[in-house]
Design a protein around this ligand. Structure first.
Ligand code: KG4
Ligand code: ZN
Length: 356
């Protein structure tokens, strides 16, 4: 492990740069980032804990928070170094306040409070879901962000903990159009991967295994909830489990077909509700966010939908789809502008709705 040091460094930024230090520890990634003016990513450091949790087939909260505690200072230091700034240059500290694992959130929020108090900086608590949305509106200096400022924008947020359709009327103004009634899309992929013995995290494992498979090989349902934009994935997972129970898994060819069929069913289910929401709400743009937005089949499906409707579709680069702190810094910057800073006594929340 690197030596931990938070030292004053030579800075290349000017006092008007409006630098936000973002800290994200809501689940099993320890992340820190420096973002200029809410939009330009100067650094984005993520330490994943996948190796620690893989053996358990899912995140173990106690192990996650302990690891966050061990590395958070070093990750913040690395983000500052990569951005070539010092804590003394920072204007705002943003940390994910929820939703997430309470023990994990507490580590990031406590680190942020410590920095805010020591340097006399404003602190802001960020909604992790808003962070994911904002990952479409940030980019490294000189590069355009993935999404345009076209509103209303529809965001499909699909991760391990959430599957939501969010109507965004402006930064900070969100309406929840639909969400999952049971498993999240990423959770369904993780459970399917476990059933097929493909390892954790399941989404990338399913995607990789599906590459050589036939998505039409196994008939699986496309669960729908009549008259609603909500999702349900638990029946799909049960259908796969039943198929595996009845027919077993035989050889890599069969695993590939099962993975491809399951992935296709998830992608179809997500795409169908996005198509309905685009139509019902006359959206000007569709954006994707969350770990499942890293999935190429989903990206292709929504891009094709957008082309057929004449609606632009955007998604963040892979490293911004999964949990990161650049999105938290960006969301923090906009949150402070509309609500002011948070109280230094701010708490963390396992669930926190997006209600603006
Ligand atoms: O956003 P994220 O990093 O963490 C949460 O906030 O949950 O999302 C993690 C989820 C996991 O369920 C993982 O299996 C899924 O995103 N995921 C993917 C891919 N990469 C990550 N799902 C499908 N295809 C991928 N390439
Ligand atoms: Zn997330």
């Amino acid at each position: 492990m690197d030596h931990i040091h938070l030292k004053v460094q030579t800075s290349v930024v000017t006092p008007s740069d409006n630098l936000t230090l973002g800290i994200e520890t809501s689940c099993d990634e320890t992340a820190a980032a420096v973002v200029r003016g809410g939009r330009e990513i100067l650094s984005n450091v993520v330490a994943t804990q996948d190796d620690l949790h893989a053996v358990f087939g899912g995140v173990v909260p106690e192990i996650a928070s302990r690891r966050h505690t061990e590395v958070v200072t070093m990750i913040v230091d690395k983000a500052l170094r990569e951005a070539q700034v010092a804590l003394a240059d920072i204007d705002l500290v943003a940390a994910t306040q929820g939703p997430g694992l309470v023990g994990s959130l507490l580590v990031g929020v406590s680190a942020a409070k410590g920095i805010a108090i020591s340097y006399g900086l404003p602190l802001v608590g960020v909604n992790h879901l808003e962070g994911h949305v904002m990952s479409n509106f940030v980019a490294p200096p000189g590069q355009p962000p993935p999404a345009q400022e076209l509103f209303p924008t529809l965001c499909l947020l699909a991760s391990g903990g959430h599957t939501s359709l969010i109507l965004m009327n402006w930064f900070g103004h969100y309406k929840l159009l639909g969400e999952t009634r049971d498993d999240a899309a990423g959770e369904a992929l993780d459970k399917a991967a476990r059933l097929l013995d493909l390892g954790y995290p399941g989404g990338p494992a399913i995607e990789q295994a599906a590459a050589g498979g036939d998505p039409q090989a196994i008939p699986l349902p496309r669960p729908r909830i009549e008259g609603s934009l909500d999702f349900s994935f638990s029946g799909l997972k049960t259908a796969l489990a039943r198929h595996v129970d009845e027919h077993g898994v035989s050889g890599t060819g069969n695993v590939a077909d099962l993975a491809a069929s399951f992935q296709e069913a998830v992608v179809d289910t997500l795409t169908r509700n996005v198509a309905a929401a685009v139509q019902q709400h006359r959206v000007k743009q569709v954006i994707m966010a969350g770990g499942v937005a890293a999935n190429q089949a989903l990206r292709r499906s929504l891009t094709a939908l957008g082309r057929s409707r004449g609606t632009p579709v955007a998604y963040p680069p892979l490293e911004l789809c999964t949990d990161n702190a650049a999105m938290v810094a960006a969301a923090g910057y906009f949150t402070v502008q509309r609500e002011g800073p948070s109280d230094l006594a701010m708490d963390v929340f396992s669930s926190l709705p997006l209600t603006h």
